[in-house]
Design a protein around this ligand. Sequence first.
Ligand code: PMP
Length: 288
Amino acid sequence: MQIYMNGEMVPEQEARVSVFDHGLLYGDGVFEGIRAYNGRVFLLREHVDRLYDSARAIALEIPMTREAMREAVLETCRANGIRDGYIRLVVTRGCGTLGLNPYNCEDPQVIIIAAAIQLYPKELYETGLKIVTVGTARNHVEAINPRIKSLNYLNNVLAKIEAINAGVMECLMLNPQGYVAEASGDNVFAVRDGVLATPPTWCGALEGITRGKVMEMARETGYPVEERVMTRYDLYTADEVFLTGTAAELISVVEIDRRRIGTGEPGPVTGELLERFQRVIADSGDPI
Ligand code: PMP
């Protein structure tokens, strides 16, 4: 595998960051996960823009233009013969002293990995996911704002540990006030009486690119979409619940905290939107 590192393609064995990199020492950096489908990179501009917004929010200057970054993503796919896959874009703060001060770091590392993707097992799309609410709260918006896709994912890792320990693969995270935020790596939607609802980002959700696309598609299909403060009650009593994310696309949730959601099977609105989403990905994106 060829890895893009700071303007060059290097073999994976040689793609290394320093032990003094603040990305490693402090989780100080930002990242993106992007999909390639059928020889095209899906929503590349949106992902690169979010990366630069995350970087801006942590006062990290990415040493290249957005346009050069988009081209580097395509170049990395070409170098690895990737037509369908998952692209990981990472920008670390770089090396400085051992202290926290990011202003001593002068060489942010830009890394792009283009690889095959590991998905949820296909059966889960047919049966739906069972999830539980975890005790780990999503970060307060004035701690690490969940809108920042930073390399510090410990909050999500702790939630994932709780989920796995409870015997499920995903979980529901609430914000510090107890309102629904998102899953550990996906956004959450509820459908009730033909209306879609998802928490606003200020409740502690990442501004998911898939979330945005699904909201747009749902409106075009004729389903009203609301960004609304939600409690677990809204999910327990929904007709359908589903998660959205770059890797997961749309996946149905059929049980939360041992409450069956709707009929206990993936619902028709989720199915319709997933089908529509799959049509959209089949013929859009930047050609590799
Ligand atoms: N929330 C979190 C915490 C995530 O890590 C992700 C995956 N990037 C998402 C939501 C979904 O966002 P997207 O649709 O942009 O992949």
